[in-house]
Design a protein around this ligand. Structure first.
Ligand code: DHB
Length: 393
């Protein structure tokens, strides 16, 4: 079987690329290893930058405007005190609380309605000929039958465990990575919102993030050991841990309720270069991952895709492989800004196991200096909202 563009991965990155290519009249096939149902029920990030919302809305996906919640600010809480960051006032931009699962549902529904060729449960077993003009993959359908797909351009949007990334030749591949000695214990709780805005908090007990989902369910995280077993915690212990991390002289308390879901999220920072090998290109988590603090992962993946779509349009118009080289150069600046922002937010807000008293007080001094200065608050707000009105670029 042949198709102009083969997209491996049907998460938000692969499906947004599919949607944009469809609108440009470029034929393609999407292969996704998981079932649609499994992806819809995997909790992921919750915050979209204004630029990401703009991309969705301009391309006919506007449910985010009805079902998402616009957030004009966030709270940094330390010393048991709230410090408000007025995102909209400082940058003119807001962010949207709209879970990644909803972005996925909107894209999958729309691809279906438009007759998109998305093959769920399609496992790629081999990648072939990336450095030829007929790159392709062997893949197995849910019945176990093997197929071959050949294309002009192959896209790896297959996530942090990417198969396609491994086709980058060892001699050319460079991986830049950073590991963190902490992880997040994430819960979905059945309760009303505890605060109007997201609260990023740090205390002597460590980091916690009070996020939201709906009127009846909320998303919260607290820093834990990467090897923590989430099943070992009672509901009472989870609430006690969250409460003590947000506690302060203002008497702030979280609204409690049953814990509907729990899991431990390990994280790391990584960037692989180059993002192109011949006619194979990587996008989203396949090319880079960020720690969750600051919610950059999904936004970065969507930004990659906006640029990649533009590059592919030019390539199909001119068939000049030099065009494919532009992709890596064009996405790299945003990728590294997001790497810095996510690593900075993470290290500023988490307590490092075994951290000295000096290091802990220095972190609080950094937070105090940052939030006391309008320039500091604006620096944070610019990063949090995505540095500009346009995604990609
Ligand atoms: C959420 C996750 C994040 O990593 C973040 O920075 C903000 C919100 C969330 O899942 O709601």
């Amino acid at each position: 079987e042949r198709t102009p563009v083969g997209i491996v991965g049907g998460g938000p990155a692969g499906l947004l690329l599919s949607h944009l290519l469809h609108r440009s009249g470029i034929e393609h096939v999407v292969l996704e290893a998981r079932s649609r149902d499994e992806i819809e029920h995997t909790h992921r990030a919750g915050i979209l930058e204004a630029g990401a919302v703009q991309v969705l809305v301009e391309n006919g996906l506007d449910r985010v405007l009805r079902d998402g919640d616009r957030h004009d600010g966030i709270v940094l809480r330390f010393d048991g005190t709230d410090h408000h960051i007025d995102l909209a006032g400082l940058t003119g931009r807001s962010v949207w609380l709209y879970p990644q699962t909803d972005v996925f549902i909107d894209l999958a529904t729309r691809r279906d309605a438009d007759g998109g060729d998305v093959r769920w449960g399609a496992t790629v077993t081999q990648v072939r000929g990336c450095d030829t003009d007929r790159p392709g993959v062997l893949w197995t359908d849910p019945q176990g039958t093997e197929h071959e797909l050949r294309c002009d351009v192959l896209v790896g949007a297959d996530g942090s465990h990417s198969t396609l990334r491994h086709t980058l030749p060892e001699a050319q591949r460079r991986t830049f990575a950073h590991e963190y000695p902490y992880a997040w214990f994430g819960v979905i709780v059945e309760a009303a919102r505890s605060a109007p805005e997201l609260v990023y908090t740090t205390s002597e007990h460590g980091f916690a993030l009070i996020s939201q989902r709906t009127d009846t369910h909320q998303r919260m995280y607290f820093q834990c050991d990467p090897d923590e077993d989430p099943s070992g915690w009672s509901v009472e212990q989870i609430w006690a841990e969250l409460q003590r991390r947000v506690a302060g002289p203002d008497g702030f308390r979280l609204t409690e309720g049953p814990v509907a879901e729990r899991s431990v999220l390990r994280f790391r920072s990584s960037v692989v270069e180059p993002v192109r090998h011949g006619r194979m290109l990587l996008a989203g988590d396949a090319a880079h991952s960020v720690p969750p603090t600051g919610a950059k992962g999904l936004n970065l993946a969507l930004a990659d895709v906006v640029v990649l779509h533009d590059v592919l349009e030019s390539w199909f118009a001119r068939r000049d492989d030099a065009v494919l080289d532009e992709y890596g150069h064009r996405v790299s600046e945003r990728v590294w800004r997001a790497q810095h922002f996510s690593a900075w937010m993470s290290s500023m807000l988490h307590s490092h196991p075994g951290e000295t008293g000096f290091a802990a007080r220095r972190r609080v001094a950094e937070l105090r200096t940052l939030t006391a200065s309008e320039a500091g608050r604006r620096f944070l707000a610019e990063g949090y909202t995505g540095w500009g009105p346009v995604l990609g670029g």
